[in-house]
Design a protein around this ligand. Structure first.
Ligand code: COA
Length: 274
């Protein structure tokens, strides 16, 4: 029986939580044990005051090789519908938690990213990949459809023809192609990946955290709304944010208009003085 603590690891440095899939021998395949450990880790990290950004990455040569074919599929199925539904709840559960995480999240894709891995990939707000990484909807290669949200992720992120080809052919693409297609924001050599992700995380740490949460939720929410619904949602989301952050925007205006100490078009106001 795998150890809950070992399948996931994290440390927090300078405001950034580095959360890792930690089953390198199994290419970080997501077993029920790992899925439970991820939910626990997210629970522990989400509201910590020393965490401003969360980065999800993998130990070893994989980000994640997707669902564990033995422990997630075969062994759960052996327990009947009850086992299958439980395993689904646990995996979908932490991806959902990650999609709506309080802090900004970044997928740092260091290697293999297959199938079920598209769930946490999409759950992260931003994604950066190594050129050397490989992305694939490999389900068709072992005889199932891309479930667990993977088909939805492909359709959300890719144009129709690319999504269809990607899902039907099961051919992996490298990080550069993933970036061209829009699966990730950028791809760069593995040796430069962590530095670039750290740079982006630091920029996020400078922003108003209440505004960041409102913004990331808004980007995810408005896609399925009509223009009028989105307009209304955004008004109300900002007014709700104001109750958690009464002074932030006023201070942002003050530092620009009265103090002339920064330019909003070029960078963030100094939130330490709110
Ligand atoms: N489920 C269960 N075990 C997995 C796994 C998965 N998704 N992916 C890798 N592993 C295991 C292998 O069985 C092997 O275990 P063993 O050492 O006990 O034999 C170990 O991880 C190493 O895998 P291996 O295939 O030897 O590594 P590799 O570096 O040569 O290849 C991959 C890496 C990712 C290309 C290959 O492991 C693979 O195709 N995995 C399945 C990917 C997939 O289809 N995922 C979708 C699931 S929804």
């Amino acid at each position: 029986m795998a150890n809950d603590v070992d399948t996931v690891s994290y440390d927090v440095r300078d405001g950034i939580a580095w959360l890792r899939f930690n089953r390198p021998d199994k290419r970080n395949a997501m077993s029920p044990t790992l899925n439970r450990a991820m939910m626990e880790a997210l629970d522990e990290l989400e509201f910590r005051e020393d965490v401003g950004v969360l980065v999800l990455t993998g130990e070893g040569s994989a980000w994640t090789a997707g669902m564990d074919l033995k422990e997630y599929f075969r062994e759960s199925e052996a327990d009947g519908l009850k086992g299958v539904r439980r395993a689904q709840r646990e995996s979908y559960g932490w991806w959902r938690r990650l999609r709506w995480f309080q802090k900004p999240t970044i997928a740092m894709v260091n290697g293999w990213c297959f199938g079920g891995g598209y769930g946490p990939l999409f759950a992260c707000d931003l994604a950066f990949a190594a050129d050397e990484s490989k992305f694939g909807l490999s389900e068709i290669n072992w005889g199932i459809l891309p479930g667990g949200g993977a088909t939805k992720v492909a359709v959300e992120l890719l144009p129709f023809r690319k999504a269809m080809y990607h899902a039907m052919l099961g051919e992996p693409v490298d990080g550069k192609t993933a970036a061209e297609w829009g699966l990730v924001n950028e791809s760069l050599p593995l040796a430069e990946l962590e530095a670039r992700v750290t740079e982006v995380a630091k920029k996020l740490l400078e922003k108003n955290p209440v505004a960041l949460k409102a913004t990331k939720d808004a980007v995810r929410r408005v896609g399925v709304m009509t223009y009028d619904e989105a307009e209304d949602y955004l008004v109300r989301a900002q007014e709700a944010a104001n109750s958690y952050d009464a002074t932030g925007r006023k201070e942002g205006i003050r530092q620009f208009i009265d103090e002339k100490s920064y330019k909003p078009g070029l960078g963030a106001y100094d939130k330490s003085r709110s």
